[in-house]
Design a protein around this ligand. Structure first.
Ligand code: BGC
Length: 349
């Protein structure tokens, strides 16, 4: 079968190649790939900056934002042929650490977790893949191809849960949330925050185009200014850009008792104008919490499924701005200004 592979840490090694069928040890459920979303992590892996091949192997099959159709459910009983499923990304570390032991692998403490398409286990960018039944999440069949948005929604579900839990350390009734970055993660954050009944603001650099439109269609407010230029102090900020100056400004803009949740993975952004101790003092004097959030556990996958099922399908459909064939995977990895989510489509829904 065909698969999109990479030799991790080797730039320019990505290719569509013939690989053997998935092995039974990868799971008793056999799935035909429908689509796989492309994200910044995939780009980093292809650029040779991130990613690990399975132990003893040279290649890693890419892809962690999956959607597929069950061809053979195996003996598990919970799934049937034809079900639409998405595969969970992370697997607990084998030790296991206390968090992995209780199923909170997203909070793994020893770093020995594995991740499909990212760290030591093959991903979902192959014509067929196998999965353990307990890591296959059934998606609402009426979502069709939109089920491919489940994985990025899990990342946001976890981030919002973290904010809610931290907020409960004191009396806290948040009203306003700012989302920085109107990419797929930012827009899904806006959708989920709107469903929670919050006043949602989204900030990005584009003044016109589909991003501002999508934000307004949600009933949220779009801003194309800088974070420091905003005329309000948000109770919570979901930072989805990973851009240094945006992060620094967010920490300085947050309301008293407010929480900044960082979800973007960026590089660089030296703070040569803002003394770190001043940023820290502002956080101390206003009881702010700055928290990083990565990955998601089964609770978040379940909740994310509910968020997508409740969302307006027409709005969700506008997030998928391009579908590429597997042979055009390099085009899929290149981001155009008007791209939101690009998917590689292996078969029809
Ligand atoms: C994925 C997460 C993963 C993280 C770090 C993200 O792109 O969505 O599931 O934990 O990369 O590898």
């Amino acid at each position: 079968m065909k698969a999109i592979t990479v030799i991790p840490k080797k730039e320019g090694s990505a290719q569509l190649m013939e690989v053997s069928e998935p092995e039974i040890h990868e799971g008793s459920v056999l799935v035909e790939a429908i689509a796989v979303g492309v994200c910044g992590t995939d780009v980093e892996i292809v650029e040779g900056k991130y990613g690990w091949a399975p132990k003893g192997k040279e290649h890693l099959i890419l892809g962690h934002e999956s959607l597929g159709r069950v061809i053979d459910p195996g003996p598990s009983g919970g799934l049937k042929k034809g079900d639409l499923v998405v595969g969970i990304v992370r697997r607990p570390d084998p030790v296991p650490c206390p968090n992995c032991a209780v199923g909170e692998w997203d909070m793994c403490q020893n770093g020995l977790y594995t991740e499909r398409g990212i760290k030591e286990i093959h991903g979902y960018m192959s014509e067929r893949w196998r999965i353990e039944p307990e890591y296959a999440i059934k998606v609402d069949p009426t979502l069709g191809i939109l089920g491919v948005l489940l994985e990025p929604t899990t990342v946001i579900t976890k981030a919002l849960e973290q904010i809610g839990r931290i907020g409960r350390r004191s009396f806290w009734e948040p009203e306003t949330v700012l989302v920085t970055g109107a990419g797929p993660i930012g827009l899904l954050a806006a959708l989920a925050a709107k469903q929670l009944g919050l006043e949602v603001h989204v900030l990005d650099q584009y003044e016109t185009g589909s991003k501002p439109d999508l934000v307004r269609e949600l009933g949220a407010t779009y801003h194309s200014c800088t974070v420091s230029e905003l005329d309000f102090e948000p109770d919570a900020i979901v930072e989805c850009t990973g851009v240094g100056p945006v992060i620094a400004a967010s920490i300085q803009k947050i309301a008293p008792n407010g929480i900044v949740c960082l979800t973007g993975v960026g590089h660089g952004g030296v703070l040569n104008t803002t003394p770190v101790a001043d940023v820290a003092s502002a956080a101390v004097l206003r009881n702010n919490v700055i928290v990083g959030s990565v990955n998601a556990n089964k609770r978040h996958w379940f909740k994310a499924g509910e968020i997508l099922a409740k969302a307006d399908r027409k709005w969700l459909a506008k997030l998928i701005t391009r579908r590429e064939k597997p042979e055009n995977f390099m085009q899929a990895l290149q981001r155009n200004n008007d791209d939101i989510k690009v998917v590689i489509q292996f078969s029809e829904v």
